[in-house]
Design a protein around this ligand. Structure first.
Ligand code: ADP
Ligand code: MG
Length: 348
């Protein structure tokens, strides 16, 4: 497994479609890094530039110590798993996995035993003689993973590999991919537009927006300390509340919402309008201090209660672990925030 590095890489299609705009990217060897962002933000183009299926318009791309910027796909030692698994329907599962190996110059017996080992690895021992049509969607996707794995590439790329699977299989296959990646210490770049999937599988997430990197970090860093409202809203759920920074005291800021004041880490923001991002699980209800709010909706979802709070600030979505004494709609509460909860973001 090798690291991947982008230095100021851009891709422009035609005259002026900037699909990727001068991004720097670093994927450590043996790590799984996810490119996450809305449709059209440049994820697939970035992946295809690693594979050599698209050539960079400018900047440099390194895999390990090699500058691969101008190398053709066949010389990069990178394999891509697509969202449509593209198995050959007339070949057996084993033949599908063996095909690429024979193509890369392995002898017939060596190719066969490696293909068999690949199928064992993805939990498809004993399925080698079947046709793809005799497998479930999840099993077919695992064949596609096995087919990529047996080539032992320096870097393995996944472009939305789960999008053709139903919700239950998606969870299972993503766990399989993560387990295999960790067991074998593979370098994986994984593309998805699904934030939950990204949080679940990644060592690091690169959030993309409009052809650029909005923020990168571990799942925890992005969840707990988003840089702006786009990332706060895209990763997990966030309540975005308009507030005013009324004073800056060293590292701390004093903010005001509806006449109520809080002190919290200021993140070097100047006084003036700002946004407070608060996760639903960080909302607290008190009865004496805090911002006046009314429970406008209460839903029991088994493991927790979900509440909508309405007040002069607008609406806030909150979840509470206490399901035994639920609050009724119409209850007046005072809204506060858990100590580590709210994050101050630029812009009002
Ligand atoms: P994502 O995978 O995040 O949905 P893409 O990388 O596929 O985004 O596309 C990024 C942008 O580049 C989009 O505006 C898309 O229309 C454009 N684009 C992608 N491939 C091509 C191409 N071959 N020719 C022209 N424009 C393209
Ligand atoms: Mg795409």
């Amino acid at each position: 497994a090798a690291p991947v590095r982008f230095e100021g890489v851009s891709k422009v299609f035609g005259k002026d479609v900037v699909a990727v705009d001068a991004i720097d990217l670093h994927v450590d060897a043996g790590k799984l890094v996810t490119l996450l962002g809305p449709s059209g933000c440049g994820k697939t183009t970035t992946l295809r530039m690693i594979a050599g299926l698209e050539m960079a318009s400018s900047g440099r791309i390194f895999i390990g110590d090699r500058d691969v910027t101008t190398l053709p796909a066949t010389d990069r030692d990178v394999t891509m798993v697509f969202q449509s698994y593209a198995l050959f329907p007339h070949m057996t599962v084993l033949e599908n996995v063996r095909y690429g190996l024979t193509f890369s110059g392995f002898g017939k017996e060596e190719a066969r035993s490696r293909a068999q080992a690949g199928l064992d690895l993805v939990g498809l021992k004993g399925f080698g003689g079947r046709l793809p049509s005799e497998l479930s969607g999840g099993q077919q996707q695992r064949v596609a993973v096995a087919r990529a794995l047996v080539l032992e590439p320096q870097v393995l790329l996944f472009d939305e590999p789960l999008s053709n699977l139903d919700a239950k299989l998606r969870r299972q296959v993503r766990e399989d991919i993560r387990a295999i990646q960790q067991d074998l210490g593979l370098t994986v770049v994984y593309v998805t537009h699904d934030q939950e999937e990204a949080l679940a599988v990644s060592d690091e997430i690169v959030v993309m927006r409009n052809a650029a990197i909005a923020q990168k970090g571990t799942p925890r860093e992005l969840y707990d300390a988003p840089n702006d409202t786009f990332v706060a809203d895209f990763i997990g759920e966030a309540n975005l509340l308009a507030c005013i920074i009324v004073a800056v005291e060293g590292d701390m800021a004093v903010i005001e919402i509806e006449g109520y004041r809080y002190r919290l880490p200021g993140r070097s923001l100047p006084a003036g309008p700002a946004t407070l991002a608060v996760r639903p699980s960080r909302i607290r209800f008190g009865d004496d201090t805090g911002i006046p709010a009314t429970i406008s909706k209460a839903t029991y979802v088994g493991v927790r209660m979900e509440y909508t709070l309405t007040g002069a600030f607008g609406q806030v979505f909150a979840v509470q672990d206490d399901v035994d004494d639920p609050l009724e709609p119409g209850t007046e509460v005072r809204m506060t925030f858990a100590e580590r909860g709210p994050v101050l973001l630029p812009g009002g």
